[in-house]
Design a protein around this ligand. Structure first.
Ligand SMILES: [Ca+2]
Ligand SMILES: [Ca+2]
Length: 499
């Protein structure tokens, strides 16, 4: 066979291979939701993503917590300002307020413990082969290039003061001729992408090592890139290629390339909130989508853990971040007590069973039940403003666990009302802002209201929880065959009037 034939054969093979793998290729499709971009969402937009454990969500923005608002449990952490802090969360909350004081190492500060990262053999100071010196080691080491990606590269550039992270993880940099090094002697680093310094990532060394390439980076500088029609502009001003948006990888550093997506490309997963997350975050035991679906239907998905012989050189701060999160209150709303039983539903309403809607309450006014309400936790009930009057709080009773108004069930608990708060802009004529809160009376010897059979409904924590065409269920009391029942309506679930 002639050489030309061999090349042709290889080309055919290559093309057919490409054809097979590109059936779901979305690399050239624009998956970005243009309208959403005008909102300028970033990693600090808590209607789209969760805040860090050292931040709190106020009106859609992640704000720094104060150190005392962190959980107390944890290990001492040393910061680059030379001070030790009792926990990682406290150090990060202070760093959030004063960004110069970064994480240095776990444990107390030591006089010699400095970490630094530098770029070697580049053509200028914004590029090169990545070299680090870990806080508790004397020797400088290079980083291996397997597992080296934009996630790691962005953190390295950020650490070096390039606020927009990395441009590329490639680059032709050569060792000087007289340089001799053992290229198996490099470190592995794993970052989550939200770190502000490379020392916050986990460094490991594999025990058995063969020849490795070394990690390279070109950091992003303003004049490094001129935008084209195929560029995506991040909220922080960085330009990235259009096809790097909506692929689950945070190229922008501020995550703005992953927050306005109608689909996701590559190895990533689309949250209902329009956010692309890496596929490896699916069913990993941590809720990453603000709408929670990355952790639902997880039975079949499970990745076997590949154990490699590695030596941990620095602490795993990502595990520490997850541990801090585990101290926060768990989601305790919107989940009913009873095990769900599959039943056929009738459009138009059907009787409910005990425990089906444990947040549903009835508001009794002068012996009649005219309105329902929703228990939202603590002593609070949410209802419609047209159902109540602030001046008549003493008249109302809250009946919980009521199923049948004619045949009273044994689970019912009756609560007195302390206060009614009607929306300050409620308009009785137009029914605008038709919403009110009812505070129930606490038992005299208790600090909280006790509702043994009730579970609070979730108050939406993001406007992206619900979408057009989502199926909703409306619960309340209605008349069915002349008897008063708690009933449910399935789609079309419009309206809130179940009087
Ligand atoms: Ca991306
Ligand atoms: Ca997850």
């Amino acid at each position: 066979m002639k050489l030309a034939h061999v090349i042709l054969l290889l080309l055919c093979f290559y093309l057919s291979f490409c054809k097979v793998t590109s059936t779901s290729d979305t690399s050239h499709e624009d998956l970005v939701e243009k309208q959403c971009l005008t909102e300028k969402f970033t990693h600090l937009s808590c209607h789209k993503v969760f805040c860090q454990p050292w931040q709190k969500c106020i009106e859609g923005k992640c704000i720094c917590k104060l150190p005392y608002q962190c959980p107390k449990n944890g290990t001492t952490v040393c910061s680059t300002n030379g001070k030790s802090y009792p926990t990682y969360c406290q150090q990060k909350s202070l760093e959030c307020i004063q960004p110069k004081a970064k994480f240095l190492n776990i444990g107390a500060c030591t006089p010699s413990g400095q970490f630094y990262v530098s770029l070697k053999y580049g053509n200028n100071e914004s590029e090169g082969i990545v070299e680090v010196k870990l806080a508790d080691q004397d020797k400088k080491m290079f980083i291996c290039d397997n597992n080296w990606s934009m996630t790691q590269a962005n953190v390295a550039c950020l650490d070096l003061g390039f606020q927009q992270g990395a441009l590329d993880t490639q680059g032709e940099f050569h060792f000087p001729e007289d340089h001799h090094m053992n290229e198996t002697d490099c470190l592995h680093v794993h970052c989550r992408g939200s770190e502000t310094s490379l020392t916050e990532c986990t460094f490991t060394k594999r025990r058995t090592e063969s020849y490795q390439g070394l990690a390279r980076v070109v950091c992003y500088t303003q004049n490094a890139v001129s935008p084209t029609k195929d560029s995506f502009q991040c909220v922080n001003g960085k330009y990235i290629p259009q096809e790097k948006a909506c692929d689950g990888i945070n190229h922008c550093v501020d995550q703005s390339d992953e927050l306005c997506c109608k689909g996701c490309r590559g190895d990533s997963f689309l949250c209902k909130s329009g956010v692309c997350i890496p596929n490896k975050y699916r069913c990993n035991g941590e809720v990453d989508c603000i709408t929670g679906e990355d952790e639902s239907d997880c039975e079949e998905v499970g990745y076997p853990e590949i154990k490699e012989e590695t030596e941990m050189l620095t602490a795993n701060m990502d595990a520490e971040r997850k541990r801090i999160k585990s101290f926060f209150p768990k989601l305790s709303c919107g989940v009913k007590n009873s095990t769900p039983v599959r039943r056929k539903r009738v459009v138009g309403g059907m009787p409910a069973q005990v425990g089906d809607f444990p947040w549903q309450v009835a508001i009794k006014d002068d012996g009649k039940i005219n309105c329902g309400g929703v228990y939202i936790g603590g002593c609070w009930i949410l209802t419609a403003a047209h159902c109540v009057r602030a001046s008549k709080a003493h008249r109302y009773q809250i009946w919980t666990s009521l199923i049948d108004w004619i045949k009273l069930n044994s689970e019912i608990v009756i609560q007195r009302v302390n206060k009614v708060i009607v929306h300050e802009n409620y308009n009785r004529g137009t029914q605008q802002n038709d919403i009110a809160l009812i505070e129930m009376k606490k038992p005299s010897n208790r600090r909280e209201c006790m509702l043994p059979n009730s579970v609070p409904a979730c108050v939406p924590w993001s406007p992206y929880l619900f979408h057009p065409n989502d199926t909703c269920i409306v619960s309340g009391w209605g008349r069915e065959k002349g008897i008063c029942f708690q009933f449910v309506h399935q789609n079309p679930g419009v309206g809130n009037g179940w009087e």
